[in-house]
Write a protein that binds this ligand. Structure first.
Ligand SMILES: [Zn+2]
Length: 436
């Protein structure tokens, strides 16, 4: 399949939230040419006909929160101190293929080690290596109060995916620098973890004035801003400062919800990391502390999130793929499952969160995420019905075709890694301290 073909007898899930219907999807070049009704005569068509009777065609999944450059670290120590730029780039290229083959034709790389994200995006767009379409943030902007890596973040300068800004001039300089490098988004860690905090969520690490300056600086150059927020006050300040998308958004209060609705700011809850850690903690030897924190975070927030969804806040599926808890290519579908199980969405609603809605994170809402004439031909053919059970999207044997830009993607698994490069992972002298 390449260039001009018709997926015949498809059950079409178009991504808009409409119920599935039977028909034929015509792809020409890299776009969806037309959708023909079930009873249309196709015999005078010159296009290749591919009969997919009994199978579903839907837009390729869009994962609105990934970290392609991280390579599945088991801890922040590993992520911040064991990654090298050149290797991170090469390995990210192989991981990108895994993501694509799992049915994710686009993803948002929220922030990146070094400048890996921008470079990988450009390599994929240029056809140098295969991978999903990417929209990228650069280094996450942090203040010296840190972010989710606490004291591992330096007081100034850069480390890992973080760029610490210490004053107004540095905020402006770093944002302009990243935009010059070619980022699609500016990412700000509005909140972070500090050791002695008594409020729920994380501590707000930026003042409102700093957030406003950051948003204004990015917006003047036409680039949107996304905020990592866990905490009621931080979310309100972020939205009022002009942020264009919120990651996590937990501990949102009523006022925050109203602001999200009023300004139509999309929310990427990103529960997959937590859900995986909770469900597989024993198998992964995960920290009990994290397990408890995450169980509480989900429980504390599902009520308010359901309310936000009902009030019209656009929800986007993002998986946080890139950590040991969320390896590439395996868990991108899981946020849909969590939305169905925890937020009581219908499978169709969850699919819209991973297609049409998630196109906003790609800044391509008129191009991606729908099966509609003129949209890019990024499609999945599934031997199953995701409108009944979204978990079929996580079963590789049921993914029959991944089509990107009108071209069929080779689903032959890439070569397995023989071992991790030297120094890539944490190496301990021992698992425990010797007791005498
Ligand atoms: Zn993230």
């Amino acid at each position: 399949m390449d260039g001009d073909f018709i997926l015949k007898n498809a059950s079409i899930v178009d991504g808009s939230g409409a119920s599935s219907y039977s028909g034929h999807v015509h792809v020409s070049g890299n776009k969806i040419e037309a959708i023909y009704a079930e009873d249309s005569e196709l015999s005078d068509q010159k296009a290749e006909i591919v009969d997919i009777a009994g199978q579903t065609v839907m837009p390729g999944l869009i994962d609105a929160h990934c970290h392609i450059s991280f390579d599945e670290p088991v801890s922040n120590d590993e992520l911040f101190f064991h990654r090298r730029e050149g290797l991170a780039s090469i390995i990210a290229g192989t991981n990108a293929l895994k993501v694509l083959q799992s049915g994710v034709t686009s993803f948002f790389d929220a922030d990146s080690l070094y400048n890996v994200g921008v470079d990988l995006r450009d390599a994929i767009e240029s056809g140098i290596i295969p991978g999903p379409r990417m929209a990228v943030g650069g280094n996450a902007l942090l203040t010296s109060a840190g972010g989710t890596a606490g004291r591992l973040i330096p007081d100034e300068g850069k480390r890992g995916y973080g760029a610490v800004v210490t004053n107004r001039d540095e905020i402006v300089l770093e944002i302009r620098r990243q935009i010059k490098m070619g980022v699609d988004w500016i990412k700000i860690h509005v909140t972070g973890m500090v050791p002695r905090q008594d409020s729920e969520g994380e501590l707000q690490a930026w003042s409102f004035e700093e957030l406003k300056l950051a948003c204004d600086t990015a917006h003047e150059l036409g680039i949107p801003v996304v905020g990592h927020c866990r905490g009621a006050a931080s979310l309100k300040d972020a939205v009022l400062a002009g942020m264009d998308m919120i990651l996590h958004g937990t501990y949102m209060d009523e006022e925050g919800l109203e602001l999200m609705v009023e300004k139509n700011v999309p929310l990427v809850p990103t529960f997959t990391f937590q859900a995986n850690l909770i469900d597989y903690a024993d198998q992964m030897d995960a920290s009990k502390d994290y397990k408890e924190i995450f169980e509480k975070e989900i429980q504390d927030n599902v009520g308010m999130f359901r309310k936000a969804f009902d009030a019209g806040v656009p929800f986007l599926c993002g998986s946080e793929s890139g950590f040991s808890v969320t390896p590439y290519g395996d868990w991108h579908y899981r946020e849909l499952e969590v939305f169905v199980d925890k937020l009581d969405m219908t499978p169709l609603e969850a699919i819209t969160c991973a297609t049409k809605n998630a196109a906003v994170a790609m800044r391509k809402e008129n191009d991606l995420g729908l099966i509609s004439p003129g949209y890019k031909a990024d499609l999945l053919v599934i031997d199953g019905d995701p409108t009944k059970d979204v978990t079929v999207l996580g079963k590789k044997e049921l993914i029959k075709y991944v089509i990107q830009d009108g071209k069929q993607i080779d689903l032959t698994p890439a070569q397995e890694r023989i071992k991790d490069p030297a120094g890539w992972r944490i190496s301990s002298y021992s698992g425990k301290i010797l007791k005498k």
